[in-house]
Write a protein that binds this ligand. Structure first.
Ligand code: HEM
Length: 135
């Protein structure tokens, strides 16, 4: 098994564990509240989607004909970006934010989103190039 596959599988499962943990936190909040706060919901939903996405990308690695180190870089970028995204949603929640865009001064979550987005995009583009080259 390639290093990139191991990174995606381990990262994906840890993201799902994170999502289950925030689901547990949301269950506790919902015992006393009409609805869960926005950023707590996001810290549940995003790692659920991203964790599943990491597991699905294993197929892209299998098809890709790029150098294994480049695929490892792409996998690391995508797992790191997803981890930053889930963590910053939970941080936003604990900071009591309602809108990371509108809040002044901009909170850490706002800048974290600006960092993780290009990381994930570069990782995805590497996988797309690898897959297109293999067609
Ligand atoms: C594959 C597993 C899971 C999926 C696909 C899933 C999906 C979802 C979705 C779609 C929502 C609705 C979010 C919204 O309010 O718009 C949600 C909310 C929620 N989830 Fe999960 N979830 C999963 C696992 C878990 C686990 C393991 C827990 C508890 C440990 C959990 C606890 C909750 C709670 C408490 C809510 C809020 C419900 C509410 O506000 O009415 N979830 N989940």
């Amino acid at each position: 098994m390639e290093v990139a596959e191991k990174i995606l599988i381990t990262g994906g499962l840890l993201l799902l564990l994170f999502a289950f943990f925030t689901g547990f936190l949301m269950g506790r909040v919902r015992e006393h509240a009409f609805q869960a706060p926005k950023y707590l919901i996001l810290s549940h939903m995003e790692p659920l989607m991203q964790g599943t996405l990491m597991l699905a990308l294993v197929w892209a690695v299998r098809m890709s004909t790029l150098d294994g180190r480049l695929e490892g870089l792409a996998a690391s970028l995508m797992v790191a970006a997803a981890s930053i995204q889930g963590s910053k949603e939970l941080l936003n929640h604990y900071q009591g934010l309602e809108d990371e865009f509108a809040h002044r001064p901009h909170p850490i979550g706002f800048y974290a989103a600006r960092i993780q987005s290009p990381m994930a995009s570069v990782g995805l583009i590497i996988f797309i190039i690898g897959v297109l080259r293999a067609l």
